[in-house]
Design a protein around this ligand. Structure first.
Ligand code: TRP
Length: 413
């Protein structure tokens, strides 16, 4: 794996990223205030990385807007109520001035997350530079069937997918990341334009440059922003039919209410008559599911533990990372894989001057990955106004790729 450069370069990058995030959060807060927190129409080129999480105890992709807006000051007071055994959680004033890199939203999420029971930290904080690199490595692991299975479904059924979508659509990709699967779709559906949306400007710039080489005649309109909210699409797309693309089973990292909110936001962003091609991972035997999130090489463990390193680095934490282990569970009632960080002995540490303690065996919940049966997946889409019109899977039925259409809500019954 490529080293990120010397410590000074790394620090400069982290500082830059933190500054970027701070700017974005400032935009968010302003936008949320302006629009009363609902379906905020935010600047299309630069929108926030957070959203209001209806279920703050779940470490879904949903972020910290709520914590930021409402809990920032009361999180510490709340923590005392949640667990009377916690020592007084009073931030040390000097900690903030010592840590110019600390992102206030990250700090608020971590302090609130370690204070609530069960402990949970939103998954979005996995993705610092190191976390993003590790995630790319996960997608190439032999146990991690998701990425390669989705790719093989896309290439095996490209013609079929194209005939159902029809040519000349603007392809809008939600959370495009490194756009690894994009060429498969773009070369299949003869698009009129491509609109990648991603929170990371760095990722966007790299992937746009690459796609411009591969598709020199295709107009590309990147949007740096958070797809969890309704977005305003570029004016150039005004009269073009749209095809949303949401691969990777990212929808599975949200609980049902958050997933439906997101699918509705996509409906609003794309508009009636649009189509959506979405990848949704399926329920399958635990013997296949668990190794996908707990690989033999320990890459996923490193990815999970990197969150603790990040807290130590950016928030002046003193977490003894070696006293934690990566734990993966299948929660059958919820139909989800859970990732946790479990304390292997009694530990106490501080984050940004706030003291915390965990006894042996207690965990911090860091990620959910919901799995869906074929009918579950279609019901989820219909719950948000998307009518499934096509569906493809691999020979073993590991992964589902669904094409759905944004239809006007039908009159009862
Ligand atoms: N959505 C994918 C999944 O649930 C990718 C992913 C998100 C992931 N967070 C992860 C994979 C954490 C491994 C670990 O599988």
């Amino acid at each position: 794996m490529a080293a990120v450069g010397d410590a000074r370069t790394r620090r400069a990058t982290v500082r830059e990223d933190a500054a970027k995030e701070r700017d974005a959060n400032a935009v968010t807060r302003a936008a949320i205030t302006r629009h009363g927190g609902t379906s905020a129409l935010i600047d299309p080129v630069r929108v926030d990385p957070t959203r209001v999480d209806p279920t703050p105890a779940d470490p879904t992709l949903a972020g910290s807007a709520q914590v930021d807006a409402a809990l920032a000051d009361s999180a510490l007071a709340d923590s005392a109520q949640v667990d009377a055994t916690l020592a007084d959680a009073v931030p040390v004033d000097s900690a903030l001035t010592d840590l110019p890199l600390a992102d206030p939203a990250f700090r608020a999420d971590v302090l609130a997350g370690l204070s609530r029971r069960p402990r949970a930290i939103p998954a979005r904080w996995f993705y610092d530079r190191r976390g993003s690199e590790l995630f790319e490595d996960i997608t190439r692991l032999p146990e991690y069937y998701l990425t390669r299975t989705e790719r093989s479904i896309l290439s095996a059924h490209a013609a079929d997918i194209a005939s159902l979508t029809g040519p000349g659509r603007a392809v809008v990709e939600f959370g495009s990341g490194s756009s690894a699967k994009t060429p498969l779709v773009l070369s299949a559906v003869a698009p009129s334009a491509y609109v990648p949306i991603d929170i990371s400007g760095e990722f966007l710039r790299d992937s746009v440059a690459e796609l411009e080489r591969q598709f020199p005649k295709l107009p590309i309109h990147p949007i740096e922003g958070d797809f969890m909210h309704r977005l305003v699409l570029p004016a150039a797309l005004a009269n073009q039919p749209r095809l949303g693309f949401f691969p990777g089973s990212t929808i599975g990292n949200m609980n049902a209410p958050a997933a439906v909110d997101l699918l509705r936001a996509m409906w609003e962003t794309l508009g009636e008559g649009s189509k959506l091609l979405i990848g949704i991972d399926r329920i399958k035997p635990v013997s296949v599911l668990i190794p996908a999130y707990d690989d033999a090489q320990g890459v996923t463990a490193e990815f999970n533990l990197n969150l603790l390193h990040r807290i130590n680095r950016e928030l002046g934490g003193t977490i003894p990372v070696s006293a934690f282990r990566h734990v993966v569970r299948w929660n059958d009632t919820e139909a989800r894989i859970e990732m946790h960080l479990e304390a292997t002995r009694d530990v106490s540490f501080s984050v940004d001057g706030c003291p915390f303690a965990m006894s042996k065996g207690k965990t911090i919940h860091t990620e959910n990955s919901y799995k869906y049966g074929p009918r579950d997946a279609r019901l989820l889409l219909r719950s948000a106004g998307w009518t499934p019109i096509g569906e493809w899977t691999d020979r073993e039925g590991l992964f589902g790729l669904i094409l759905a259409e944004a239809r006007a809500v039908p009159a009862a019954p």
